[in-house]
Design a protein around this ligand. Structure first.
Ligand SMILES: *Cc1c(COP(=O)(O)O)cnc(C)c1O
Length: 407
């Protein structure tokens, strides 16, 4: 006999909703922000911005770091630095947040979507070469869920065709491949500090590069395309400035950078904790499958190090295609804040209408999309919460399996 699901009026597994992601704020974070207000000198561009950039550079080993006011702005700076010409193409991983492709459109380029590997949802390096044309300028690889892409393989194709690699590391900031940390792996790396990401500045982001020329371009782009900042002008005892290209206001406030510097101190332990939670999910999911007697749920395969920004599982074909949404709603009713990351970018109406992309273009990404669910993961989640998630998952899956077998 099955337990009655909460969605059918039964008792929920949890009384309170467990969010899928959450920031961690402590006393030191609060004091750091307050100190900037008490100082009452700089609220935006000031010493805290430079300090935050320097700490992030030190941490990841990149030569240049530029703090901006969102991960989206970071991606926009990255693509802008490549100086695309109209209709130049950039190959973009098929399953990601829309910002990973929008940055190409902002710059007058055309995103060309590449299918993903079914087991990691990272860009399938073997499928990149087929998409390269004389107009291709770069590859945007997204470290989906926090797992690093196969950068050795991507580098090989990129070098062969003289393409730049932009790493969308919104999920993977803090992860490390061998002795190289995220920020020091690709030509340009873009990071996000949105509250659900691995650490936060409320809104914010950063771009990293080892290439001075790219850095200078991005720096001007952050500030309207103006080539000198207030420090240069003070030093030169000058008031004049020159705008030499078209840029934006992507400056991040000092206040937020003070928070970022404080958060960065705890990032290593958070990444470790996220990996622990992921291991716990993995072993409990294996047990759930054994108890049911078939593989009904599978975690993504971990081939490379991961920061585990999100924990994504795939439901087996027993539940496909439309049952994912039923399982999603049933888990929400049980008090588990599940999510779905993401609708493949090429299926968003903006892209189908403007680029003519369509269902069938990326079969692996599309099949995966019908099967994926994101389970809650964040550093302060407790063992009991993880058990609740697994219990709710087990309850819901058993319900659907038995219903399936009785009809
Ligand atoms: C969050 C995210 C972004 C955008 O970051 P914002 O700080 O929200 O602008 C870009 N790419 C991916 C993969 C993301 O998850």
């Amino acid at each position: 006999m099955n337990e009655k699901l909460a969605i059918h009026g039964g008792n929920p597994t949890r009384e309170t909703m467990l969010q899928y992601g959450k920031q961690t704020i402590n006393q030191e974070d609060k004091a750091a922000v307050l100190a900037v207000l008490e100082e009452n000198t700089f609220l935006t561009t000031g010493p805290k911005v430079t300090e935050f950039e320097n700490k992030c550079k030190e941490y990841c080993g990149a030569r240049h770091a530029l703090a901006v006011n969102s991960g989206t702005a970071a991606l926009h700076c990255a693509v802008a630095a490549l100086q695309l010409e109209k209709n130049d193409e950039v190959i973009v991983s098929g399953i990601s947040f829309v910002a990973s492709a929008n940055c190409v459109v902002y710059c007058g380029g055309k995103p060309v979507f590449c299918d993903v590997e079914g087991e990691t949802l990272n860009i399938d390096a073997l499928k990149i070469e087929n998409l390269i044309t004389s107009r291709t300028k770069a590859i945007i690889a997204v470290d989906f869920a926090g797992q690093l892409c196969d950068y050795a393989a991507i580098r090989e194709v990129a070098d062969k065709h003289r393409l730049k690699i932009i790493q969308d590391a919104a999920h993977s900031w803090g992860a490390k491949m061998g002795d190289k940390r995220v920020g020091n792996i690709s030509d340009i790396t873009a990071v996000s500090f949105h509250p659900v990401k691995n650490m936060t500045t409320c809104e914010g982001g950063m771009v990293f590069t080892n290439d001075r020329a790219l850095y200078e371009k991005m720096k001007a782009f952050r500030q309207h395309g103006i080539v000198s900042d207030y420090k240069d002008r003070e030093k030169a005892k000058q008031y004049s400035y020159e705008m030499t290209s078209l840029g934006f206001n992507y400056r991040i406030p000092d206040l937020l950078c003070a928070l970022g510097t404080s958060q960065l101190k705890r990032l290593p332990e958070w990444i470790e904790r996220r990996n622990e939670i992921a291991n716990s999910y993995k072993s409990q999911i294996e047990k759930l499958n054994r108890d049911i007697g078939k593989d009904v749920v599978s975690p993504l395969t971990q081939k490379f190090p991961s920061a585990y920004h999100i924990y994504v599982i795939k439901l087996s074909s027993v539940f496909l295609p439309e049952k994912r949404d039923e399982v999603f709603s049933a888990l929400k009713a049980e008090g588990v804040g599940v999510n779905v990351h993401y609708l493949p970018i090429h299926l968003h109406p903006f892209y189908t209408e403007n680029l003519g992309t369509k269902r069938g273009d990326l079969p692996v990404a599309e099949r995966a999309y019908n099967a994926i669910l994101t389970l809650p993961i964040f550093p302060t989640i407790e063992g009991k919460d993880v058990t609740d998630v697994i219990n709710a998952l087990s309850k819901v899956i058993n319900h659907y399996i038995n219903r399936e077998e009785n009809t």
